[in-house]
Design a protein around this ligand. Structure first.
Ligand code: PLP
Length: 386
């Protein structure tokens, strides 16, 4: 199996699993308990909090654990200090965790501006600046896009937010661990992360919230997470998340080899298959590539790759079983035909050059087959018309 869908989720690292296992059996204490078994679990959570804080230049008491990136996004948008209506600026290419939360806020009377992106999938900070109004309370722009990997000018946007005294949230679920992030340098007030996108366990994430920023609980109950996120902590998952963050900080140099594999994939496909192009500009995360192959049915390509043991995805989001054209590629100005011929290949730390070469060969073969069949059909339809 060649797994090229690392933007969807990643394989958990062995070190992460090993770090987690004791907290599922021997160290099973409730972190709120006062006896030593509980205190040990609490200490493990605090260590993980520090490991995550360190990776983004935050303090430990600015990290709140959540059930994942979706909850962190929901929390940042709907329970930060922006109660009582007002204006929010976001973009057309955000993850649905942000877009659908905005929709709900809109139905409650909030005004939302969705800034556009250019053909490269990039947001222009000037568009953000022009959208600021006296009642603007929040700017939420993702650090990097999950379909194209395009990195957004977060620091420039943070500077604008600071200049106008507006809260700035960034969804860094894809960027976390793959590029350097410093919440102070980038003027970020809130930031969402998720463990499973970077070799950690699923169902655990965190919201960074700058000290002094107002935030209300999204989930009510006990006093966990400094009275802001109730519910008994998932100690094992938190520990795994911390370990994944610690390793990400240690292994920054691995990003370069993932980036090289992506560049190899893109350049080989472009040079060997006519009518191929990369969707999205050059400033990208190391591992995510969105590729257009003219005339190819992306769904059929993905099924065929799967039959050969290669896992890839199309850029489209699946909503209750029906496949809708990708809102990200649509926002970049591509038509439905191009979107239907685009796939996402996302490379991770376990991929090798051999994986990429096999994938290139398979894509070439499937593309040739598909094109042969469609030529046959177009020739037949010509002869019928003639
Ligand atoms: N934001 C982005 C950019 C994502 O790619 C994802 C996951 O696909 C999420 C948010 C949601 O994260 P989670 O799966 O942890 O809920």
């Amino acid at each position: 199996m060649i797994y090229l869908d690392n933007a969807a989720t990643t394989r958990m690292r062995d070190e992460v699993l090993s770090a987690m296992l004791p907290y599922m059996q021997e160290e099973y204490g409730n972190p709120s308990a006062v006896y030593s078994l509980g205190r040990q679990a609490r200490r493990a959570i605090d260590t993980a909090r520090k490991q995550i804080a360190d990776l983004i230049g935050a303090d430990i008491d600015e990290i709140y654990f959540t059930s994942g990136g979706t909850e962190a996004d929901n929390w940042a948008l709907s329970a930060s200090g922006i109660s009582g209506g007002g204006h929010i600026i976001t973009s057309a290419i955000e993850h649905h965790a942000v877009l659908n939360t905005c929709k709900r806020l809109e139905s409650r009377g909030y005004k939302i501006t969705y800034v556009p992106v250019n053909m490269n999938g990039e947001i222009d900070p000037d568009d953000i600046k022009r959208s600021v109004r006296p009642d603007t309370k929040l700017i939420s722009i993702m650090a990097a896009n999950n379909e194209t990997g395009v990195i957004q000018p977060v620091k420039d946007i943070g500077r604008i937010a600071e200049e106008y005294g507006v809260l700035f949230h960034t969804d860094a679920v894809q960027a976390f661990g793959s590029i350097d992030i410093d919440v102070d340098d980038m003027h970020i007030d809130m930031l969402s992360v998720s463990a499973h996108k970077h070799y950690g366990p699923k169902g655990i994430g965190a919201l960074y919230c700058r000290k002094g920023s107002k935030i209300r609980p999204l989930i009510n109950g006990g006093s966990q997470e400094r009275n802001l996120r109730a519910g008994t902590e998932n100690t094992a998952a938190v520990v795994g998340f911390g370990e994944a963050a610690r390793l990400a900080a240690l292994e920054r140099s691995k990003r370069g080899s993932i980036n090289n594999l992506r560049l190899l994939l893109e350049s080989e496909l472009i040079s060997s298959i006519e009518g191929t192009a990369v969707n999205g500009g050059a400033r990208k995360l190391p591992g995510i590539s969105n590729i257009y192959i003219k005339g190819v049915d992306a769904n059929a390509l993905i099924v065929n790759l799967d039959m050969r043991g290669i896992a890839a995805s199309n850029g489209a989001a699946c909503t209750s079983g029906s496949t809708e054209p990708s809102h990200v590629l649509m926002a970049m100005g591509f038509d439905e035909r191009r979107i239907a011929s685009s796939i996402r290949l996302s490379i991770g730390m376990y991929n090798t050059e051999e994986d990429i070469k096999i994938c290139i060969e398979e894509i070439k073969r499937i593309t040739n087959e598909q094109r042969k069949v469609s030529n046959l059909f177009s020739d037949k339809s010509k002869s019928v018309l003639v």
